[in-house]
Write a new protein. Structure first.
Length: 495
């Protein structure tokens, strides 16, 4: 986390003014799915736990004496992060002289109240003690690894996960490493920090944490490339933290970004969530929650503070409780989303098909929706993926053929998904066409863990986003089924 406010990166959703509609659609899905509210959990932590996840907050030791603050934190959250008390300047103010008093106070408060703790953070270019700021080269590298080892050893066995390294990538649009004193000790400094942390506390999950990585962009791709490399070489990394300091819109590929990291074999966590107050705040909080519920390896969410008055983003009012400790609309939207969400880390989509319903088909790889391009109603119009907006061109109804197959009809045009020219080739184009009862318009749906694979009766091939693209307008084709994320579709009921 940054200690001085930085304007959160603004993400635009593009096409047809869809940001509010898209997030509202997620809320509507949440409300439709809500079952038996009389038995629903009444706190964020309890509801998240029912879904195999946690819902946490950042705590400042100096505020624990505020009864309103500590009461809310204890009641609502089941994961605690020290806001500043475990950072480098707090834990090693003078070289080799360690100070754990404030960090221990937060840890002990959390553990005594039955909560788990995320450690934040072992290595960072920010909030370094003065003595470390003046070091360089091998002396700095040695001091860094000693710090990681000493702090992780002190808290051994008591920390659920450590943000081992924080904010090591630059905001240069190229996915580069940040030019810091730590980086100048050698490009392997991050790997060295992770190896030292594992040696010191083998039981803690080890995370990389950063901001402005919420969508698929150059910075998040730089992190992705590093994590992929670490996994391929056996460097110990278990999770990636997405700070999610958000403005007034959410990246259209937010969920897809979480999923691509999860597909590398790491957990993903939203570590410092706060969302600027505005007409869309509650919807965005629900959308973020739903995205985490839809990614099986998204293990939890932490909001960065309890009340708006506790936030580092002065004037943004970005949290779930107002300055008096009252629940905001954003709180209710999160609790409703958690209570309605799929349990146990499933995909979050419908697990069976209702032929009277309308569905948006959301691709697991890209997070984008199956879409009739440019609102066409013509035979032969191409089918693409596009940022979800729940428009009629993204709504589809399944009509059973009575023998295990379905025709899939566009709400906009009334036409069916069709393999163009009855092709049986890999890469055969998918279009819409007037119902002709052909086998190239019939699809078998197999749903597993909340995602559907759609197989053409004519060709035996799967409906997929060509080339695993995450771009708006990417073509939908058929291809031999290989269980790729770009061949998996979440069926989100919208009507």
């Amino acid at each position: 986390m940054r200690t001085t406010p930085e304007q959160p990166h603004r993400h635009g959703w593009g096409r047809r003014g869809t940001a509010l509609v898209a997030t509202t659609g997620l809320i509507l899905t949440t409300l439709v799915a809500l079952a038996n509210p009389a038995q629903a959990a009444s706190t964020l932590g309890a509801s998240a736990a029912e879904k195999g996840r946690y819902y946490g907050t950042a705590i400042a030791a100096g505020r624990l004496g505020d009864s309103t603050y500590s009461t809310i934190a204890n009641r609502e959250f089941d994961m605690i992060t020290a806001e500043n008390e475990m950072k480098m300047d707090a834990t090693e103010p003078s070289q080799n002289q360690f100070s754990y008093g404030s960090g221990d106070r937060i840890l002990n408060w959390a553990l005594s109240n039955g909560k788990r703790v995320r450690g934040h953070t072992l290595a960072w270019h920010g909030q370094q003690p003065g003595w470390m700021q003046n070091m360089s080269g091998s002396a700095l590298r040695s001091a860094l690894l000693n710090h990681v080892t000493q702090v992780a050893t002190h808290y051994k066995g008591k920390i659920y996960a450590w943000d081992v390294v924080n904010e090591a990538f630059a905001d240069d649009g190229r996915g580069s490493r940040r030019d810091s004193n730590l980086q100048r000790t050698g490009n392997d400094w991050i790997e060295a920090a992770f190896r030292a942390a594992r040696a010191a506390d083998p039981g803690a999950k080890l995370c990389y944490n950063d901001y402005n990585t919420d969508g698929i962009n150059a910075k998040s791709t730089g992190v992705y490339t590093m994590v992929r490399d670490f996994k391929s070489r056996g460097v110990p990394i278990d999770c990636v933290g997405f700070q999610a300091h958000l403005g007034t819109s959410l990246p259209g590929d937010f969920q897809a970004n979480l999923q691509r990291f999860a597909d590398l074999g790491v957990d993903v966590q939203l570590t410092e969530l706060d969302i600027q107050q505005g007409g869309n705040q509650a919807n965005m909080y629900a959308a973020v929650t739903n995205a985490c519920l839809a990614v099986s390896r998204c293990t939890g969410i932490t909001v960065w503070g309890v009340r708006d008055s506790d936030s580092w983003r002065t004037g943004a009012n970005p949290l779930l409780f107002d300055s008096s400790g009252n629940k905001k609309a954003a709180y209710t939207s999160v609790l409703n989303a958690l209570n309605a969400g799929g349990g146990g880390g499933g995909g979050g989509g419908s697990t069976s098909i209702d032929t009277s319903a309308w569905y948006v088909l959301v691709n697991r790889n890209s997070g984008k929706a199956l879409d009739v391009y440019n609102l066409s109603t013509a035979d032969g119009a191409r089918i693409t993926q596009w940022t979800r907006n729940d428009g009629n061109q993204q709504q589809w109804q399944f009509t059973s053929t009575g023998d295990g197959y379905y025709e899939i009809r566009s709400r906009l045009s009334g036409k069916n998904l069709d393999v163009s020219g009855r092709s049986t080739a890999d890469g055969g184009a998918i279009v819409q066409w007037t119902d002709n009862n052909g086998t190239n318009q019939q699809w078998r749906a197999t749903i597993s863990n909340g995602y559907a694979t759609l197989i053409s009766r004519n060709s035996g091939k799967a409906l997929e986003v060509q080339g695993a693209s995450t771009a708006d307008g990417a073509a939908i084709v058929q291809y031999s089924s290989w269980n790729g994320a770009n061949q998996q579709w979440q069926l989100v009921r919208v009507g």
